[in-house]
Design a protein around this ligand. Structure first.
Ligand code: AMP
Ligand code: GLY
Length: 415
């Protein structure tokens, strides 16, 4: 089969790597891909938001299956475009992708279908939002509507921070916010392969979203992750499936926008059981990098089976994967670009490219999150030690990383 992966980040690198290992894959393309993916796929110089050009490419090159990575392409309707032209593609339609693109849509659906999530209210008016915050007090969570690459969320532990977040949000004309109750608990990510009402969970991962050690500083797209998450027992996964993932898939079917693709549950285990922090319409990043490298069975076959409503075979290694993101100085507020990176080939582990570019044979930084180094070991603490040993081999004075991804106190000491 000829397979096309759309996107250019670490998630897409992980999707492409998993696809390249399938016995069904005879030729792999990535659009636009990245320098890391160039080793396993033919790079196609079409950006991930150029829907028509991508569909033209898939049609004229007899692509048998397209796998979509980024949320923007999904929210723009790339799946609708491909489907209208009879091209096979794994991902949600524009309507179904609203589970991520519109917090308001997702929260409304959860409320209507009794899917456990934090209480919330939507505001389009700055003064009304401020009054609500003053009435409710902190901690409280402010979320800007729309796609924000994980960065439009403020978990305000005091009222002043909440009001400041509102001020920033409403500085953007026409912006609206969702204000949520604060949930306390253990956070994890569960990504499922979904087709209509059929929902098959992959192994869980935990992402570390804050930029700084000890879970401090602003939220990012994710600074590191590991899988599996021992604290998330099979019973908890089962409960999450029955109370959250399956009901959401069913809700989307009932709303007339059935979901196909990777449904990402950002979840919190609270004293009232698992609750939803957010849904995403695609694989997580940096979750894909630590989950897919643990899959021993055929990834492409699993996708094809799900698309035909057959139960996929999913076999996982017992090993724990652990990964650390190397980000550019200034991230998440901004990012330096164009700094030379050396030593990537020395790393004994997986190196996913998140934001790099090649310039006359030199690898350069090219975005906020730049590389992710992942290693596997029997235990999390060993994988953690390995990854941090390997990360040192990457040389670039404009990159930084968290030094505590997977640390015992942050993962509840049970892995
Ligand atoms: P989101 O982009 O919605 O996933 O939010 C980013 C991060 O903010 C999450 O991963 C959580 O750590 C935190 N967060 C979001 N919503 C809540 C909430 N209601 N209560 C506590 N923390 C939250
Ligand atoms: N790692 C969080 C996300 O992909 O949204």
């Amino acid at each position: 089969m000829k397979i096309l992966v759309i996107g250019k980040g670490g998630r897409e690198h992980a999707l492409a790597l998993a696809a390249s290992q399938s016995t069904l894959c005879t030729e792999l393309f990535a659009a636009p891909g990245n320098p890391g993916m160039a080793e396993i796929a033919t790079l196609v110089p079409i950006d991930d938001n150029q829907m028509t050009e991508l569909a033209d490419f898939a049609a004229s090159n007899d692509i048998d299956l397209t796998i979509v990575g980024p949320e923007n392409a999904l929210a723009d309707g790339i799946v609708d475009e491909f489907a209208a032209r009879g091209l096979k593609i794994f991902g949600p339609t524009k309507a179904a992708a609203q589970v991520e693109a519109s917090k308001d849509f997702a929260k409304g659906l959860m409320k209507k279908h009794n899917i456990p999530t934090a209480g919330y209210q939507t505001f389009t008016d700055y003064d009304a939002a401020c009054s609500y915050v003053k009435e409710h007090g902190a901690p409280i969570v402010i979320k800007e509507n729309g796609l924000k690459a994980g960065k439009g969320v403020t978990v305000a532990m005091n009222e002043a921070d909440a009001l400041e977040a509102l001020k920033i949000a409403f500085d953007i004309p026409g912006n609206s916010v969702v204000i949520e109750d604060y949930l306390e608990g253990f956070e994890f990510s569960l990504i499922a392969l979904v087709n209509g009402e059929n929902v098959y969970p992959l192994e869980c991962a935990q992402d570390h979203k804050r930029v700084g050690d000890g879970d401090t500083g602003p939220n990012t797209g994710g600074m590191g992750s590991y899988s599996p998450v021992k604290k998330i027992t099979p019973e908890l996964v089962e409960e999450t499936m029955e109370t959250i993932m399956k009901p959401m898939a069913k809700a989307l079917v009932e709303e007339g926008c059935p979901f196909t693709g990777f449904l990402y549950g950002g979840l919190m285990v609270t004293d009232k059981g698992p609750q939803v922090i957010e849904f995403n319409a695609r694989f997580g990043d940096p979750e894909a990098e630590v989950i897919l490298c643990r899959l021993e069975s055929d990834f492409v076959k699993a996708i094809l089976d799900v698309m035909e409503n057959k139960e996929p075979e999913l076999v996982w290694t017992n090993k724990t994967s652990h990964g650390v993101v190397l980000a550019s100085e200034g991230y998440p507020a901004g990012a330096t670009k164009g700094a030379a990176i050396e030593g990537v080939n020395e790393v004994d582990g997986l190196v996913y490219h998140m934001g790099t570019k090649m310039d006359e044979g030199r690898l350069l930084t090219n975005g906020g999150r730049v590389l992710m180094v992942v290693t596997l070991a029997d235990k999390l603490e060993d994988a953690m030690a390995n990854t941090y040993e390997e990360v040192k081999k990457v040389n670039c004075d404009k990159l930084f990383y968290r030094t505590d991804i997977g640390r015992k106190d942050l993962v509840d000491g049970e892995n």
